[in-house]
Write a protein that binds this ligand. Structure first.
Ligand code: NAD
Length: 260
């Protein structure tokens, strides 16, 4: 797809992956709608990009809020790209040290914010993309979702997160099949460990040393720009569809995630 002049909606656009992807798609000529719950972070990205970028305060757990963001994007021009890269809470271990079970509510919350919200954004964005004119190959647009390598090798404490991310992987193919008649592709990125604000309150050099040591090559954490680079390629390459791409330097999590 030629993304010049297309509109891209980026959920979590104020965060690590979202901001890098907003910048990259904007630099490549797309108009970008930066959607984030955090007004300060999201607005800063949109303001920095200037013309052709818009911040819309969005809560991805709220259907009306997503619909408002989709409507704002569709008003800017043909919505063709929706990137789902918002964050959310992790979960507890299934049993704590006293063998008490984790609250069921914690599982529901994690699955709600990662898996259900991703589907909600996908279906609402797809409806708007389906109304655009078809491009070359009959293509109308692409949905780019964010899973995690925890979908395959989740660590201790990641039962809920792994289930949510595994759900995103599992729905990629059926979504692509559902949306094929509309010329809409669906591709998921499953990142390893990336140096983003998601790792809060920690020294970046120490983080890179700890997590990077577990990565076969290159021996460092990923950079948000590398996620954004792949997102752009997914948008541009019409033959990528119905697939989840690991972006992880060949990292496979151990039970605790790192080398130990
Ligand atoms: N950083 C990593 O190593 C890594 C690895 C694998 C997967 N991921 C996944 O990538 C995605 C983004 O991660 P990141 O590292 O960029 O996180 P981040 O914390 O840097 O950014 C997440 C953004 O989402 C926003 N957000 C949170 N709740 C929201 C809501 N309800 N509605 C709208 N926006 C909301 C936050 O304000 C923040 O700006 C997440 O799904 C995460 O699970 C990250």
């Amino acid at each position: 797809m030629d993304i010049r002049g297309a509109v891209a909606l980026v959920a979590g656009g104020g965060g690590g992956f979202g901001a890098a992807t907003s910048r990259r798609l904007h630099a490549a000529g797309a108009k970008v709608v930066v959607c984030d719950l955090d007004e300060e972070k999201g607005r800063a990205v949109a303001d920095d990009l200037g013309a052709g970028a818009l911040f819309v305060r969005t809560d991805v757990t709220d259907e009306q809020s997503i619909q408002a963001a989709v409507d704002a994007a569709a008003e800017l021009g043909p919505l063709r790209i929706a990137v789902v890269a918002h964050g959310g809470p992790g979960g507890p271990r299934t049993l704590d040290r006293e063998s008490r079970p984790a609250p069921q509510e914690s599982f529901t919350r994690v699955v709600g914010i990662f898996l259900e919200a991703t589907y909600n954004i996908n279906r609402l964005a797809a409806a708007a993309i389906a109304r655009t004119e078809a491009l070359e190959h009959g293509e109308r647009g692409v949905l780019i979702n964010t899973a995690s390598i925890a979908a395959y090798d989740g660590t201790i404490g990641q039962a809920a997160y792994g289930a949510a991310k595994g759900g995103i992987v599992a729905m990629t193919l059926p979504l692509a099949r559902d949306l094929a008649p509309s010329g809409i592709r669906v591709v998921t990125i499953a990142p390893g460990t990336f140096l983003t604000p998601a790792f809060r309150n920690a020294d970046p050099e120490q983080l890179d040393a700890y997590w990077g040591a577990a990565v076969p090559f290159p021996k460092r954490m990923g950079r948000a720009e590398e996620y954004a680079q792949l997102a752009q390629q997914i948008a541009e390459n019409v033959y990528l569809n119905g697939e989840t791409i690991r972006l992880d330097g060949a990292l496979r999590f151990t039970p605790k995630g790192g080398n130990a």
